[in-house]
Design a protein around this ligand. Structure first.
Ligand code: HEC
Length: 213
């Protein structure tokens, strides 16, 4: 028997089905972007934000390291920078001492605060993110294998920084491993030393910090 459905029931029912399809598709898309730890790009070449980077591997914090272009704008107060890397690439680095293709390194800048709660001296990190930059290794996509992206906020898409920018020359000339600043990442430097993956410019330049420094 064919069930008879009256018109007043059919219309809202169809509407509900359309809503479920639309909403379902949206939810799937969001989950996919959020769980990704490899670089994803928008059609115009922007980098999609690595939204879960705070659940990635923590490498270091610097305070007032003078290379950061954004810290100069905020010279009246101190800033921290925090560096994170996607977990798969970190694990690969532990085995090999080099970064695999699709590595994503995040640098997050936060203002230093000194007055709050029980704090009497020293600085802690403010809540708002004041700078956000990403360094991506994507060998097929970028002629120099790596590229930098600048983000207005950690949740908006990032803009590709052109290869002539000082980001590339400083990282290439001074980064200890493959244009990255492993000399400041205390869990990784001993590994790079052990696996002999330190860059030639870095080996020629520096007296290496020792394990007890
Ligand atoms: C004069 C040298 C210098 C310049 C120029 C420079 N950086 Fe860096 N960068 C550093 C140092 C040093 C670190 C290590 C930070 C730490 O230890 O906290 C670093 C770390 C980073 C990291 C973390 C991952 C990594 O590669 O080690 C990112 C991302 C980054 N810089 C982005 C940029 C961008 C984007 C620019 C250009 C707008 C830039 N940097 C320009 C020196 C530089």
């Amino acid at each position: 028997m064919i069930p008879r459905i009256s018109a007043p029931f059919t219309v809202p029912c169809l509407f509900a089905i359309v809503l479920v399809i639309l909403f379902g598709a949206h939810a799937r898309k969001t989950v996919q972007a959020a769980s990704s730890t490899t670089p994803d790009y928008a059609a115009n070449g922007d980098l999609m934000p690595p939204v879960h980077y705070r659940e990635w591997i923590y490498l270091t914090s610097g305070i007032d390291m003078s290379y950061a272009p954004k810290s100069k704008e905020m010279a009246d107060h101190s800033v921290f920078d925090n560096v994170f890397v996607n977990p798969e690439s970190y694990r690969s680095f532990l085995r090999t001492g080099i970064w695999p293709d699709k590595t994503v390194l995040v640098l997050e800048v936060r203002e230093a605060r000194s007055k709050g709660s029980i704090n009497q001296s020293g600085d802690y990190q403010g809540i708002g993110v004041k700078g956000f930059e990403v360094h991506v290794k994507d060998e097929a996509r970028f002629p120099g294998k790596w590229a930098f992206f600048d983000f207005d906020t950690p949740t908006a898409n990032g803009t590709l920084i052109p290869t002539g920018a000082p980001c590339y020359s400083c990282h290439a000339a001074h980064g200890a491993v493959d244009t990255t600043f492993v000399q400041f990442y205390p869990t990784l430097l001993p590994l790079a030393q052990q696996k002999q993956t330190l860059s030639a410019p870095f080996r020629n330049q520096s007296a290496l910090p020792s394990a007890n420094q």
